[in-house]
Ligand binder design. Structure first.
Ligand code: DOR
Ligand code: ZN
Length: 345
């Protein structure tokens, strides 16, 4: 029985760090285990220009714990006013590694996102030319589309048409939640990648809604039926290069999660590596974990694999603090609902 596993240090290809007090409170959780992360730009106001991204990167670097070598990989928030020249310059200087597409109204702080996809065509074409990936929040926002169907409908109505009309554009389907997304990703060439979160590998919609509503399991895209969770587990543990970890760790204070209209997001940064190792072991796929957390992402983004490693050891149950404290109140750490036996050394 395996009791220890050593992996190339993992990266997180989709992370929310926020700003100010929250940034300072949550950054150490990621910087302890991960070497790099793709940083989501949905601040208030969003990170839309290269100057915004440079300022945000400086704030992240100055919030890092002493001695940390964690590297934030910056993104720009795509709007209908985005200047393709600004995007290309930010890419050429090495400042940004991707551009993020939020359909307007799809999720937290997405109001400045895209409603008319034709208006961002010049930027997407430029990105295809220069090889800059587009990270996509893949949900339609139409009020007549059931929230559990929004990802599948987005693939047909938006994503596939964008890919057909912009050949060569590198796209990451982010935080996929359905077997439809797994199948679509598998049917495409290597210009398409897909991230999978920790929480979508371990919860289905019953965890949110059965036996009382559990706001800390509410995120977007919302967790789907069990058959979809199983399709995600199959994809993550398959070893296929197109699937890699993007935690979508999305901290909100408990006060903001527990409102009558509470915020979407699961804060998984502290215990993600323990949860994933447990899940891969349960599926007899420990030998595929390193690909998912540490190899496939850098390959998609054309970046080197990290040189150092992390080791997890199996033993007595490991506990993580239930909350991270911030000056604005506590942030609840995701509870996978089962004991964790894998400790990050
Ligand atoms: O659950 C989510 N939380 N999904 C998103 O797309 C955004 C994120 C956030 O920023 O809180
Ligand atoms: Zn996100």
């Amino acid at each position: 029985m395996t009791s220890q596993i050593t992996l190339k240090r993992p990266d997180d290809w989709h992370l929310h760090l926020r700003d100010g007090n929250m940034l300072h409170a949550v950054l150490p959780s990621t910087a302890t285990h991960f070497a790099r992360a793709i940083i989501m730009p949905n601040l208030v106001p969003p990170v839309v220009t290269s100057a915004d991204a440079a300022g945000y990167r400086d704030r992240i670097l100055s919030a890092l714990p002493e001695g940390s070598t964690f590297e934030p990989l910056m993104t720009l928030y795509l709007t209908e006013q985005t200047d393709p020249n600004d995007v290309a310059a930010a890419h050429a200087s090495g400042l940004i590694k991707a551009v993020k597409l939020y359909p307007a109204g799809a999720t937290t702080n997405s109001a400045s996102g895209v409603s008319h996809f034709d208006s961002v065509r010049p930027t997407l074409e430029r990105m295809a030319e220069i090889g800059l990936p587009l990270c996509v929040h893949g949900e339609v926002t139409d009020s007549d589309i059931d929230i559990f169907d929004r990802e599948a409908v987005f693939i047909d109505r938006v994503l596939d048409p964008i890919r057909r009309t912009t050949p060569g554009l590198r796209v990451v389907m982010e935080h996929i939640t359905t077997s439809n997304a797994v199948e679509y990703a598998r049917s495409q060439d290597d210009t398409l990648g897909a991230t999978i979160t920790t929480h979508h590998l371990v919860i289905n919609r019953n965890h949110i809604l059965a036996g009382g509503i559990k706001p800390h399991y509410y995120c977007l895209p919302v967790a789907k039926r069990e058959e979809h969770r199983l399709a995600l587990r199959d994809a993550a543990t398959s070893g296929e290069a197109r699937f890699f970890l993007g935690t979508d760790s999305a901290p909100h204070t408990d006060a903001n999660k527990l409102l009558p209209c509470g915020c979407a997001g699961c804060f998984t940064a502290p215990n993600t590596m323990s949860i994933l190792t447990q899940a891969f072991e349960e599926d007899s796929a420990l030998e595929k974990l390193e690909g998912f957390t540490s190899l496939n992402g850098p390959a998609f983004y054309g970046l080197p694999v990290n040189e150092d490693t992390i080791t997890l050891t199996k033993g007595d149950p490991v506990t993580y603090p239930s909350h991270v404290e911030t000056p604005d109140g506590p942030v609840t750490v995701f509870d996978p609902g089962f004991d964790l036996n894998w400790r990050v050394e």
